[in-house]
Ligand binder design. Sequence first.
Ligand SMILES: Nc1ncnc2c1ncn2[C@@H]1O[C@H](COP(=O)(O)OP(=O)(O)OP(=O)(O)O)[C@@H](O)[C@H]1O
Length: 256
Amino acid sequence: MLTVNHLAKSYDGEKKSLTDVSFSIRPGEVTVIIGPSGAGKTTILRSINQLIRDDDGEILFDDTNMRDLNRAQLRRARCRIGMIFQNYNLIEPLTAIENVLHGCLGTKSNLTGIFSIYSNQEKEEALKLLQKVGLEDFAYQQCRNLSGGQKQRVGIARALMQHPKIILCDEPIASLDPRSTITVMDILRDLAINDGISVLINLHQVDIARNYADHVIGINNGQVVFDDRIAALSDTAIARIYQKDANLEGSAIHEF
Ligand SMILES: Nc1ncnc2c1ncn2[C@@H]1O[C@H](COP(=O)(O)OP(=O)(O)OP(=O)(O)O)[C@@H](O)[C@H]1O
């Protein structure tokens, strides 16, 4: 349902941030991208929904190349791709339910969108989603008064309001304490298992990847150096993914 082929990106036209990145993710699975700081994880995630324009390659989402879409088509495709951010990206003075309702803005006409006009059905759905992430009692609280873990759960509910086929999560637990980390990761895993949503997560914590991933992509220096099921993520593989100044010439995937 999502396949990335030969993705390449340079921000300045000289240094390559991504080189020939290819991988696929499957429906109903949690795929985790790990790798050292600056390896290219965020660039990959943001290229998928074209928040960053890549230089080369293809991103096949339901067999359509995201790079070929015009603005209107891209807007429609993005509606099926939820996004969750490390810093939540909520509108802090608005309530939790108002933020969740913003998840369906992409499906609205400009006018109803500008005036934030939502149907009763949409409001009921937003409440149900807050219930799903355990926040029904906080629906009418301003987001600025919520904890980090609660804010991230509002972010997840907002993404679900889009009825996504895939959710991209850019370091969703980087700012959370251990308890909130487990709550958020449990919710993301349940979405994959119970709702069949593909969840693609950038993570720094290998131990969390071990507990939650079905599949792991290891990135070093803008290249895929590991692409396998979680059971294959050996200590040797981890050392390879995190090695400094990797000479990746001729490196093979699945060789661990
Ligand atoms: N807007 C930008 N302009 C120029 N270079 C950038 C930009 N964003 C990222 N880069 C460079 O691209 C490379 C990959 O960055 P990216 O943020 O994708 O890595 P990352 O693996 O997500 O890192 P981290 O784990 O620290 O978030 C890095 O060398 C980074 O300096």
